[in-house]
Design a protein around this ligand. Structure first.
Ligand code: ADP
Ligand code: TRP
Length: 332
């Protein structure tokens, strides 16, 4: 069996500022992969368009996301870091892929269904507030993945369906036109699942329940103190597995630190306030170094722009090559 060269790719949507869920689910694995693999990390500004109407906000979010990657130590010698819209070929590929994508697949997409289910529950027409950018979101994401011949895609568990769709679209294209696309694999840490937010739902920019990765120290502390807990008294034994504090701590601490906190929970004797302080100290000591670097980059956005431009200059020829191959296969 010949080993195919790994090309590891992920995208982060240019909506808002990265939170610790984005870090754990996608950004930290990418930084690790970049140490010994060819990696592609892009900021999905086109994917933000179905929701964000303010160009300045999209631009600022793009800089914030890119600066986050750089501050976290993404190896720029091995990684192409760029803005999705700087490689416009992806939009052409997305249009072409529409012809092999069943409409029923899009009807099943979680993000679209969440909106239609809500509309129906409220007695409205199901497609109120649905634009075609939202409806076809998974096709553009498949184009992102396929255009760079990606083999592995690290994402949080909420993106699992999108990866399945990209695989299905690649498969149906290949069965019609021959072996054009590499069929990618997802890299999803099932054990970690999704990091909960302050209220216990998935941490998300859109739920207002997130802890920003590089929030200033005082804000970080404030957010940690806002984590919802049950009303158990300090002396009582507590269940670590249902505790948001414990789940977040587990993503940042060493195995022995995790076992120690687990024991303190189950033994009783530790209040939630102390557990929150422990979590805050852990987050702050992990993030203080990169946070300083991040703030330095935000003060010099041109430097970040230059890095994004040089990433796009490397990525674009790859995209052009794939697009040419696809057009030849489809149009002769
Ligand atoms: P958000 O849901 O906050 O808008 P994005 O959609 O931009 O975040 O997600 C960027 C990456 O971060 C994706 O790979 C996504 O799966 C991952 N991610 C987002 N939220 C979480 C979370 N709570 N836990 C783990 N990974 C997450
Ligand atoms: N949909 C992803 C998210 O919201 C972002 C994304 C866009 C992406 N294109 C991608 C992730 C390609 C991985 C691969 O998180």
């Amino acid at each position: 069996m010949t080993m195919k060269k790994q090309i590891i790719l992920t995208g982060v949507q240019a909506t808002g500022t990265p939170h610790i869920g984005n870090y754990v689910g996608a950004m930290r694995p990418m930084v690790e992969f970049s140490k010994s693999n060819d990696t592609i990390a892009f900021i999905a500004d086109l994917h933000a368009l179905n929701d964000v109407r303010d160009p300045k906000a999209i631009k600022q979010s793009t800089i914030n996301c890119a600066a986050t990657y750089i501050a976290l130590g993404l190896d720029l010698n091995r990684t192409m870091l760029f803005r999705q819209s700087d490689v416009p070929e992806v939009l052409q590929l997305s249009s072409l892929l529409m012809n092999v994508t069943p409409k029923g697949m899009m009807n099943r997409a979680h993000a679209y269904k969440a909106v239609t289910d809500k509309n129906e529950a409220e007695g409205k027409d199901k497609d109120v507030d649905v634009n075609m950018g939202l409806y076809t979101y998974p096709i553009l994401m498949a184009a992102d993945i396929l255009i760079y011949n990606s083999t592995l895609v690290p994402v949080g568990a909420d993106q699992k369906q999108h990866i399945e769709f990209a695989r299905d679209i690649a498969g149906s294209f290949n069965s019609i036109y021959g072996n054009i696309f590499t069929v990618p694999e997802g890299y999803i840490k099932e054990a970690a699942g999704l990091l909960p937010g302050l209220d216990g739902r998935k941490m998300s920019k859109s739920y207002g329940n997130s802890i920003q990765l590089f929030a200033p120290e005082s804000e970080l502390k404030k957010r940690v103190m806002q984590i919802v807990t049950d009303s158990k008294l300090p002396a009582e034994p507590k269940d670590p597995d249902s505790s948001i504090i414990f789940q977040i701590y587990s993503q940042f601490a060493t195995d022995s630190e995790i076992s120690e906190l687990r024991k303190r929970f189950t033994d009783g004797g530790m209040g939630y306030g102390d557990a929150k302080n422990l979590l805050f100290e852990k987050l702050n000591s992990t993030l203080a170094g990169p946070r300083e670097k991040y703030l330095g980059l935000l003060a010099n956005p041109e430097q970040v722009e230059d890095i994004l431009k040089s990433g796009a200059a490397k990525a674009r020829p790859l995209a052009q090559e794939t697009l040419a191959r696809v057009k030849r296969a489809m149009l002769g």
